[in-house]
Design a protein around this ligand. Sequence first.
Ligand code: 5CA
Length: 442
Amino acid sequence: MYFSKLFIPILKNNPTEAKIKSHQLMLRVGMIKQSSAGIYSWLPLGFKVMKKIEQIVREEQDRVGVQEILMPTIQSSDIWKESGRYDDYGEEMLRIKDRQNREMLYGPTNEELVTEIFRSSIKSYKSLPQLLYHIQWKFRDELRPRFGIMRCREFYMKDAYSFDLTDDDALFSYNKFFLSYLKTFKRLNLSAIPMAADTGPIGGNLSHEFIILAETGESKIYTDKRIFEVDSEITKIEKNSLNTLRGEYEKYYAVTDEKFDKEEFEKKVSENQRINTKGIEVGHIFYFGDKYSKPMNAAVDFNGKKEFVKMGSYGIGVSRLVGAIIEAKYDDKDEIMKWPISVAPYDCAILPMINKNDNSNLEKSNKILEHLNKNNIDTIVDDTDENISAKIKKFNLIGIPFQLILGKKSEGDTFEFREVGKETQNLKIEEIITQIKKAKSN
Ligand code: 5CA
């Protein structure tokens, strides 16, 4: 792929309207474009990253047996009246009328719709558990949309829903998602910590937010720093091991603002272990029993007895994660971004020094490009006539993890090559391929 042919509208300077680094960088390198307050178009670079995140989220849901569906963005108000949330949800809900004057809405979340789908087909406890998810746009008319795609009005979310017969089974489902979230965030190269959280308009009494620490985050958190050392490695999904895993985290005090109790914090956490900072909520899981199944009459037959199913819901902010990764990885002082290779828009950038009357480096680039592509290394060539230091500066911002520089130092069959932010090496093409492949397989 050639840079000059791509739609990557780079800005010379940081846009002044952006207050945090992820918002600045996303506008600066042309990942997104605002279309109205809190609503964005995703341009090729940003969209590529988001799609890769989405795919990792999907694979980790599939791996634990959650079934993918796709529900619409527009919902009927009827089911929300049944659950009682139509009035409760307030002004955050975008309400629409169709030409028949029917009250519709743009879904801010899907508990009602998925319950309606479930109750229309599942009648026996033998079909339980049912675990369903979709990845779909949501709309919340936030009072103060800000920080770009971090708190916006239209955003992309993975939301999953579990249906079980008993509380005990439902907690097993909850713990299953708990583990799968730890794995998902690990694959995204993020350290996201589960913290006891408030349930807000979703409801229920058990809930965890998955938080990554960041000064620019909007969630205040209070935690024991030993929680960062808990080992999340569990391979078998069994009831006991899952209970133990969640227990390992719950040993340590870790809560969000609404759950904070100063006395408890000071009693449970010694002064030198206390962390009181801010974080970004990238996921949120809830257990709410029969909060929706009862008013909406979603029940199964259990040996002749009618049982309302026990439900939970599990969200990941797929679009927010793009910004969250930038907050975690971007060094805005030196203006260096490095995407984790699992979500990078390209694996490698070839940066040739191009002189007016000499096309040789561009020709070399084409050959290397072909070679890398054959090895499934997604590569971009900067074929513009900018000077080499401008190209390096630009690609340090774009954050492609590997750079192959065709300048003075690349001679014969060795090339100047580096992982962004690390020392430059002189390597043969085969060595370069091995290094990139190794990074991709980790
Ligand atoms: N139905 C439940 C779980 S599926 C639910 O809606 N949970 S939520 O409200 O916590 O949202 C899930 C995730 O979506 C959050 O953890 C956050 O990462 C993301 N999110 C929520 N609101 C916004 C927003 N305004 N902008 C960007 N991402 C958001």
